[in-house]
Design a protein around this ligand. Structure first.
Ligand SMILES: [Zn+2]
Length: 457
């Protein structure tokens, strides 16, 4: 089999695929507004059927359909499962878009439209890779499955139940999950899992009603009380003060660090982009990326108490509320960390602070560099781009890896994909670079070949 011929087909069919991506992005599938869901599910089913997949929509109680497609070439060959989502984020603030977010355009080597990076472009590039194999060799070198859901951007409320119900359908030897950024120089980045997230509200009530602030001399103040509590959670250097918090966190492996040492992260670009003076980890890219990846975090996402409007209002608030997200490292578990938080606040005497966990929490999960799916993605990146990809042991964000790794027993990674660090996910002017789209499709095509040949460890 000739990968050069497959790449050639990818290049030749790229413009037709971009037209297909335009049609896909014209569907305004904002899941938060429940828009265009049935027609987008039908579009995806059709897209998969056109390249020979046995594709169908699975109805999901209370949610939009999940599209599943399967292409079996040879039962003796391994099977790769690809997860994407067909929904997109809302488009506000609309006046910051240079173009209509649902009228895709191509300009200066970029494709602009809501959802092109997150993740409609990924699906079209994957389908392009399948087509290229069919044209060059008659069929792909492995068995393929797609699962495409429509509610990822609102926290996938029905996907876990779908996974649970359709374990057999989703069985595979490895999985790729959305993601797949490229660096400024075009090198792909692969992430072998994700951090988890434990999201809680901390609510402190010190009185039945607010008081006139002249009574502050004798009455408790909920805002001060909650601030004292928050101050006990985290040291100024970012270290979380809760006993045992780090106990089960996976420690850096030499092989992981070998990849991170070669990181192409640009610390100055990041500082300028955010408008910050310094980053934890200093100015050395390796130390910054190592800190980013391996540090659990405790973040005050919001804090509300008392009067916050125009002018003055003298009030001693009875209630204060903080929204806190804890990012967890693989090895940690949401339930155990929540219990540690509870017992810590109790022993510190904060019985007046209520912990309200949110159901949007996600477990951390990551696989090792030795997994077949990882080797195939890394080698495939070299075949497609001639360069070693950037490989992170996990993403600093949260994703669905735990569903695949743990519930299904299918090792999963984030990527390959078609976006880049400037894709403006969830923001106005979402875009992808045409060069990343073409290389992303080549990467997927090469990964199929490597997945077919690399031995299972
Ligand atoms: Zn998203």
């Amino acid at each position: 089999m000739s990968l050069a011929e497959v790449f050639d087909r990818v290049d030749r069919d790229t413009s037709a695929s971009l037209e297909r991506l335009k049609a896909y992005c014209r569907l305004p599938t904002i899941s938060a507004e429940k828009r265009a869901q049935p027609e987008t599910a039908a579009f995806v089913r059709q897209l998969l059927a056109e390249v020979g997949f046995e594709a169908r929509e699975y109805s999901v109680e209370g949610g939009p359909p999940v599209v599943f497609g399967e292409l079996t070439v040879d039962r003796a060959k391994p099977t790769l499962l690809m997860y994407q989502h067909y929904d997109v984020q809302p488009v506000d603030p609309l006046d910051e878009w240079r173009h209509d977010p649902f009228d895709p355009i191509i300009e200066d080597g970029r494709f602009l439209a809501r959802g092109c990076g997150d993740t409609k472009g990924n699906l079209i590039a994957q389908v392009l890779a399948v087509k290229a194999w069919q044209e060059a060799e008659g069929r792909p070198p492995i068995n393929l499955k797609f699962v495409v859901e429509g509610e990822e951007e609102v926290g996938s409320p029905h996907f876990p139940a779908f996974v649970h119900e359709h374990r057999d359908l989703l069985h595979a030897d490895g999985a790729t999950i959305e993601g797949g950024d490229h660096l400024a120089d075009g090198r792909p980045r692969l992430e072998l899992g994700c951090k988890g997230i434990l999201y809680v509200d901390l609510v402190c009530r010190t009185a039945k009603v607010d008081q006139h602030s002249s009574y502050a001399a004798i009455a408790p103040n909920a805002a001060w009380r909650l601030i004292e509590c928050l101050d006990r959670l985290r040291a100024p250097n970012g270290r979380i003060r809760i006993p045992g918090w780090y106990e089960n966190a996976r420690t850096p492996q030499p092989e992981e660090l070998r990849y991170l040492r070669k990181t192409a992260m640009k610390v100055d670009d990041l500082k300028e982009y955010w408008g910050v003076r310094s980053l934890r980890g200093g100015s050395d890219p390796y130390r910054v990326v190592r800190t980013l990846v391996y540090s659990p975090t405790c973040t005050i996402c919001g804090f509300v108490s008392g009067y916050t409007g125009e002018g003055t209002k003298t009030v001693n608030p009875a209630v204060a509320r903080a929204k806190i997200d804890f990012r967890l490292i693989p090895g940690m578990r949401i339930e155990a960390q929540l219990e540690r938080l509870r017992s810590y606040l109790r022993t510190q005497g904060f019985d007046d602070v209520e912990i309200v966990p949110h159901k949007e929490s996600l477990q951390p999960s990551a696989i090792s560099l030795d997994e077949r799916v990882v080797r195939a993605a890394v080698e495939g990146a070299r075949d497609a781009t001639g360069q070693t990809p950037e490989v992170w042991p996990w993403s600093p964000g949260a994703s669905a890896n735990a569903f695949f790794n743990e519930q299904l027993g299918v090792p999963s990674l984030l990527g390959p994909g078609v976006s880049y660090d400037g894709s403006n996910y969830h923001a106005p002017n979402e875009n992808i670079r045409l060069s990343d789209f073409r290389l992303g499709a080549r990467h997927v095509a090469a990964m199929f070949a490597r997945f077919s040949s690399s031995p299972t460890p």
